[in-house]
Design a binder for this molecule. Structure first.
Ligand SMILES: Cc1cc2nc3c(=O)[nH]c(=O)nc-3n(C[C@H](O)[C@H](O)[C@H](O)COP(=O)(O)OP(=O)(O)OC[C@H]3O[C@@H](n4cnc5c(N)ncnc54)[C@H](O)[C@@H]3O)c2cc1C
Length: 477
């Protein structure tokens, strides 16, 4: 793949076809990412206001051979939005394309532009008396284009699916500037290959998403939450099965929280109220959304009583108000920040078949103990089989003290995930962080098909070079 730098000569050419102010020097925020792993570079940031401007930008970049990094809210955790190596690219930010284009409450559909921030989309859905159920801790910054490009997960996957499951149609600009208008609002449309699902999760390497038809759902009439103490992840899974048998898909989220996570919160964010006087080794956050006739407190109390009787739970607290439910969620969603303040040696966003989770946690813990003494914070969206399995130094030591062990830890954890039939990227994607993992663990036939698709849709390799499929070495013209 031969690309050229996004230099001043090219920028002059681009500026000539765009309105004034559509090209800016890159502010530092475009070159940083949440975990500070990479420092990005870019010739400029393009800030189009319409799909036609996006098309003009891509056409010009494609004919010149300039790389383009599509950019949403910059909250991605695998470096997909950050280009640190190779020819200097153009950043293409969708932030000026934030319109809610249309609302169809009777169809449960909202059509939005890719630069809309998730929290704004949730508010627009609420304004239409509906729910857009995608929800994650970065929802105040992450934008629809980025969320779809990474097929984001979040806390409600158990009930409503991943981002992919909430999309009916897309508008996408291809590498050569052609606009695919796939903004349909259909639940059924079996007319050949589904480009929508190809684009979703492609992390900006196959096209630039400019708008989406999103699927809304009715708002639950009553919502509630409980924290329940369990002895082990295995007990948590048995509790999940019991809860699903009793409450079906009223369970919106089922989150595992470890004693290590609570200890990190106490250490770094003492203002967050801990629910139990003595921090348990494990607990779960169960979130319910129910039709009007049922009170969530009653449903959770009945579940707790039955689980207690069966020896599955030892203690629990049921939110007495929506404010307390919010407090439970604030605790859960502060764990990533507490982790960041402690400083992980190695972090893993993995998924496993549900019935293998308990065995995986035991095996991984035992094997890591052979390497050194660590603190492990294993938490996440247990109902989806998605764990954030993160490894930290003991108090008084730093991540730098373990720098030599990092690669061995990562390989060990990922090999074990593979052995258990899991995935080494559950919800964050491949980006630039996991390109090696994709090759190591990816099925060769799938990889060959992915390369052929990339070649067909982006033959010059201008879209997000170095992300996802990084095996063709990038060269400067
Ligand atoms: C505190 C915190 C909590 C998080 N929690 C979760 C979680 O629970 N679940 C989860 O799945 N993720 C989570 N994330 C990760 C992140 O929020 C998601 O990956 C999100 O989908 C990224 O959206 P963004 O708009 O910030 O995209 P960016 O970071 O800007 O970009 C991400 C990728 O998408 C591409 N892209 C961006 N816009 C477009 C577009 N319009 N067209 C094509 N490609 C595009 C970029 O090139 C890049 O490859 C979390 C992140 C943080 C910081």
């Amino acid at each position: 793949m031969i690309l050229r730098d996004c230099d001043s000569e090219f920028l002059d050419r681009l500026a000539a076809i765009l309105p004034q102010g559509a090209l800016l020097p890159p502010a530092p925020r475009y070159l940083e990412e949440p975990r500070g792993r990479w420092q990005g570079r870019a010739g400029a940031v393009a800030l189009p206001r319409s799909v036609d401007e996006v098309a003009a930008i891509l056409r010009t970049c494609n004919s010149a051979g300039v790389g383009v990094v599509p950019y949403g809210g910059g909250t991605g955790l695998v470096g997909g939005q950050i280009s640190a190596e190779g020819p200097v690219p153009l950043i293409l930010s969708l932030e000026r394309m934030q319109a809610i284009r249309a609302s169809y409450p009777s169809e449960n559909v909202l059509v939005v532009e890719a630069g809309a921030v998730l929290a704004d989309v949730q508010r627009a859905a609420a304004g239409a008396g509906r729910l857009f159920p995608l929800s994650l801790a970065s929802e105040g910054s992450a934008r629809i284009g980025g969320l779809l490009a990474t097929n984001a997960g979040g806390v409600n996957v158990l009930r409503y699916g991943n981002a992919r499951d909430l999309v009916l149609g897309l508008e996408v600009v291809l590498a050569d500037g052609r606009i695919w208008n796939g903004l349909k609002r259909l639940r059924k449309d079996n007319t050949g290959y589904d480009l929508r699902h190809l684009m979703i999760g492609s992390e900006g390497t196959l096209g630039v998403i400019t708008a989406a038809s999103l699927r809304l759902v009715p708002r639950p009439a009553r919502e509630g939450a409980a924290l329940m103490v369990i002895e082990s992840p295995e007990a948590a899974l048995r509790l999940l099965a019991l809860a699903q048998a009793r409450l079906g898909d009223a369970i919106q989220a089922f989150e595992l929280i470890s004693g290590a996570g609570l200890a990190f919160l106490a250490e770094t964010m003492p203002q967050i109220r801990q629910p139990f006087s003595q921090a348990p080794d494990w607990m779960v956050l169960i979130d319910l959304g129910l039709p009007k006739a049922m009170a969530p407190e009653d449903a959770l109390e009945a579940l707790f009583a039955e689980a207690f009787e069966a020896g599955l739970v030892q203690d629990g607290v049921i939110a007495a108000s929506l404010a307390q439910r919010t407090e439970f969620w604030a605790l859960r969603e502060s764990i990533p920040e507490a982790n960041r303040r402690i400083g992980a040696i190695s972090s893993h966003d993995i998924s496993l078949p549900l019935s293998e989770i308990a065995a995986f946690i035991t095996r991984a813990g035992q094997a890591l103990a052979q390497i050194s003494d660590y603190r492990i914070n294993c938490f996440g969206h247990l109902g989806d089989g998605n764990l954030h399995y993160n490894i930290f130094p003991l108090p008084g030591r730093s991540r730098a003290d373990h720098a030599q062990e990092r690669d061995a830890i990562k390989t060990y954890v990922h090999d074990l995930v593979q052995e258990f039939g899991g995935s080494v990227s559950a919800e964050h994607g491949i980006g630039r962080l996991k390109t090696g993992d994709l090759i190591r663990y990816g099925d060769p036939v799938k990889l060959a098909a992915m390369r052929a698709i990339k070649q067909a849709l982006d033959p010059r390799g201008i879209l997000n070079p170095g992300a996802v499929l990084a095996d063709g070495e990038m060269q400067r013209e």
